[in-house]
Ligand binder design. Structure first.
Ligand SMILES: NC(=O)c1ccc[n+]([C@@H]2O[C@H](COP(=O)([O-])OP(=O)(O)OC[C@H]3O[C@@H](n4cnc5c(N)ncnc54)[C@H](O)[C@@H]3O)[C@@H](O)[C@H]2O)c1
Length: 244
């Protein structure tokens, strides 16, 4: 049975990605610092183990991977954080966002990718954000962290493609779950956002999970180093407006 490691498996998008990959027949290892919410997610999956850890803790990650034995067939770097304050946010928030969203994915990928390469197969999917493609002052360190993760995705893809390992990214737009749930609960904000999204609705975590499952599958076997934007057309609309 194939195995997938999902970081941030206890969060809004992590739960949907876990449910989808479980339905696709994968055994799951959910890595999250929040064990309580992750256990709830695991209960809705057929075969999922919960590992309470911080993705910045390299030693804990390494020993957990030893516990798992074989390197995972699929790694989804999904754990992420954001913070308010835009470009005036406290420096420690800016640093923390870069650490978790960028360095965290790097630490785990550099442990897993060489072992996948040794086996000759493996897929890594990084969850970036529409903010990596079309940024705004309000996102503070979040946009730079995700843009850097998209760049890192291409670098890993180049290095490991010859060894049968693929790395790609999925960039969600406004999703009504997880860190987007608060905004989705504000009806005025939802109306304003829906008016700007060509598909005229916020995204669901399942919209994102379906693309992760596709990239993780053999159907995507010739896709390397891409960032697939899942945002109902929001970023292409932003680009079209500037050209009008
Ligand atoms: N929800 C959205 O609208 C949206 C849009 C674009 C991108 N994203 C991205 O999707 C991913 C998932 O976000 P979400 O919306 O599900 O948010 P969420 O807050 O519900 O989930 C994030 C999960 O990551 C875990 N986590 C955070 N830091 C960690 C660390 N250091 N070690 C281990 N676990 C850690 C949290 O405990 C949480 O369970 C993130 O990378 C986020 O940036 C979300």
């Amino acid at each position: 049975m194939k195995c997938a490691v999902i970081t941030g498996g206890g969060g809004g998008l992590g739960a949907a990605i876990a449910a989808r990959l479980s339905r696709d027949g994968l055994q799951l290892a959910l890595f999250d610092r929040d064990a309580q919410s992750t256990r709830v997610v695991a209960q809705n999956c057929r075969d999922a183990k919960v590992f309470e850890l911080d993705i910045l803790d390299e030693a804990a990650l390494a020993s957990t991977l030893v516990t798992l034995g074989e390197p995972p067939d699929i790694l989804v770097n999904n754990a992420g954080v954001t913070a308010g304050g835009g470009l005036d946010q406290p420096l420690e928030d800016f640093r923390r966002i870069l650490e978790v969203n960028l360095v965290g994915a790097y630490v785990l990928s550099r442990l897993v990718a060489p072992r996948m390469a040794q086996r000759g197969s493996g897929v890594i999917v990084n969850i970036t954000s529409g903010a990596s493609v079309a940024t705004a002052p309000s996102v503070g360190g979040y946009g730079p962290s995700k843009a850097a993760l998209a760049n890192l995705t291409r670098a890993f893809a180049l290095r490991y493609a010859p060894h049968g390992v693929r790395m790609n990214a999925v960039a969600p737009g406004f999703i009504a779950a997880g860190m987007g749930a608060g905004n989705a609960a504000d009806p005025d904000l939802v109306l304003r956002r829906e008016a700007r999204i060509p598909a005229r609705r916020l995204g669901t975590p399942e919209d994102v999970a379906g693309v992760v499952a596709f990239l993780a599958s053999d159907e995507a076997r010739y896709i390397h180093g891409q960032e697939i934007v899942v945002d109902g057309g929001l970023t292409i609309a932003a680009l079209a407006n500037t050209l009008d």
